[in-house]
Write a protein that binds this ligand. Structure first.
Ligand SMILES: Cc1cc2nc3c(=O)[nH]c(=O)nc-3n(C[C@H](O)[C@H](O)[C@H](O)COP(=O)(O)OP(=O)(O)OC[C@H]3O[C@@H](n4cnc5c(N)ncnc54)[C@H](O)[C@@H]3O)c2cc1C
Length: 411
């Protein structure tokens, strides 16, 4: 074997798994079910060269209690979170002990890279992976190195985070599509109207004009009194042309936030699938999918980073314990079922997105909402959450859902 573990793709999932597998402090764990304890694995992390396969820099936000493992690279954290209704009503709370945190992907990459560089058992390779072939005792990873030479590696286990060529069939598939501006206010100008509250992040601001289908909202992450990431997001079927996001952002920043004069220092843009599709996690005896392509993206919200952390920890633990190091389900069945109902109700127009979400935040404590999104709420709490939604349209959706076939996404 050239490596015990090969990880394909160095995005959120690949980097996180490499980080956990190369933890110098983690000892082998013996469990009752496992037959042996494995020693630390030789890990190769392969990522595509800069170009069309490599996604641009992005920010990953997640919530966590107290300090976590990535504190060194947390660009900003917020202890207060707010949601704004279409009429400007504000629901703000301090969901102690949770904090909302932001990490930039380049900083996370450098942080994990430093650990891999220090580890005698880890290696990073730049290559485009084309094929994973099962062998008697592992997997042959084939690809192309920069310059055109062939890559051929034999691995015990492979974790593949390459995006899927198409989404699996689903009853509902929406897209969360968005564009953000990193703005710097011109506080010296006389028309500088407002500044940001650096301790409060606005998760959803429904004062944006609502589209015919789905919903839209603004998202504001203040990085200082005069700096913020301001995004315009839609949950709908089709992404917009960049000019349309820019027009929506111009309207949001000037007419709604009334930011006055500012510079746009940087941008970020993306599309995240929101689907009740079933994602396969094991695609061969020794090959697993991780990250978005393994179903780690929470259908109702697009949040992925926290689920990826839970999965990476679990994979590393089962590897060390000597068990089959398969990724556990990234989300609880009950959470996925509730998300499927929400997506369907939204897609059919049975519920109006802005009212649905503001209703939830109005009736549910933010702390419980965050736990719900992490799959940590009890059945009783989930039922209470269900009653905080428009009950009749949701019940009609629940009744109709099992009859719907799973189809290929329309896009
Ligand atoms: C702009 C944006 C912002 C987001 N913000 C958040 C957020 O705040 N919080 C959150 O929880 N989620 C967020 N998400 C959702 C999700 O966390 C990200 O999409 C995340 O990057 C998914 O991680 P991943 O590892 O599954 O995929 P990616 O990060 O997309 O990684 C896939 C990797 O595979 C590599 N690759 C592709 N093809 C090949 C090949 N043939 N050979 C070798 N390597 C290959 C790519 O180079 C890439 O590094 C965001 C998504 C986007 C697009």
């Amino acid at each position: 074997m050239d490596a015990d573990v090969v990880i394909v793709g160095a995005g959120a999932a690949g980097l996180s798994l490499a980080y956990r597998l190369t933890d110098p402090c983690a000892a082998g764990v013996r469990t009752r079910t496992a037959r042996s304890v494995r020693s630390a694995p030789r890990v190769v992390l392969i990522d595509a060269p800069a170009g069309p396969l490599r996604p641009p820099e992005r920010t990953w936000c997640f919530w966590e209690q107290g300090d976590g493992d990535f504190e060194e690279v947390v660009a900003k954290s917020w202890e207060r979170l707010c949601v704004r209704g279409p009429g400007g009503q504000v629901w703000e709370s301090r969901p102690h002990p949770w904090r909302y945190k932001m990490i930039r992907s380049s900083a996370f990459d450098a942080f994990v890279d430093a650990r891999l560089t220090r580890s005698p058992l880890a290696e990073r390779v730049t290559a485009t992976v084309h094929r994973l072939t099962e062998t008697a005792d592992g997997v042959l990873v084939s690809g192309t190195l920069p310059g055109g030479r062939q890559l051929s590696l034999r691995a015990g286990w492979v974790y593949d985070s390459r995006p899927l060529p198409r989404l699996p069939p689903a009853r509902t598939t929406l897209l969360q599509h968005f564009r953000g501006w990193f703005v710097q206010l011109d506080t010296g100008k006389a028309d500088a109207a407002s500044s940001f509250d650096p301790d409060s992040a606005c998760l959803m601001d429904f004062r944006t004009p609502q589209p015919e289908h789905g919903l839209s909202f603004g998202y504001v992450l203040p990085l200082g009194p005069d700096r913020a990431l301001v995004e315009y997001t839609e949950f709908s079927e089709t992404p917009l042309p960049t000019e349309a996001y820019d027009a929506a952002l111009r309207h949001y920043t000037s007419e709604i936030l009334k930011l006055g004069t500012f510079d746009v220092l940087d941008t970020e843009q993306g599309i995240i699938p929101m689907t009740d599709a079933r994602f396969q996690r094991q695609v061969g005896r020794h090959v697993f999918r991780i990250g978005t392509s393994g179903g780690a993206t929470r259908p109702a919200t697009g949040y992925t980073f926290a689920a990826v952390q839970r999965q990476s920890r679990a994979i590393a633990n089962s590897y060390r314990s000597g068990a089959v190091p398969a990724p556990p389900p990234p989300h609880a069945r009950r959470s996925l079922a509730m998300d499927a109902v929400m997506l369907r109700a939204l897609d059919t127009g049975r519920v109006r997105g802005a009212d649905f979400f503001t209703g939830l935040f109005e009736r549910m404590p933010m702390e419980r909402m965050l736990r719900f999104l992490d799959g940590r709420t009890s059945i009783r709490e989930d039922l209470l959450l269900g009653f905080a939604t428009p009950v009749l349209p949701m019940l009609r959706t629940v009744a109709g859902l099992p009859l719907l076939p799973r189809r290929d996404a329309r896009r």
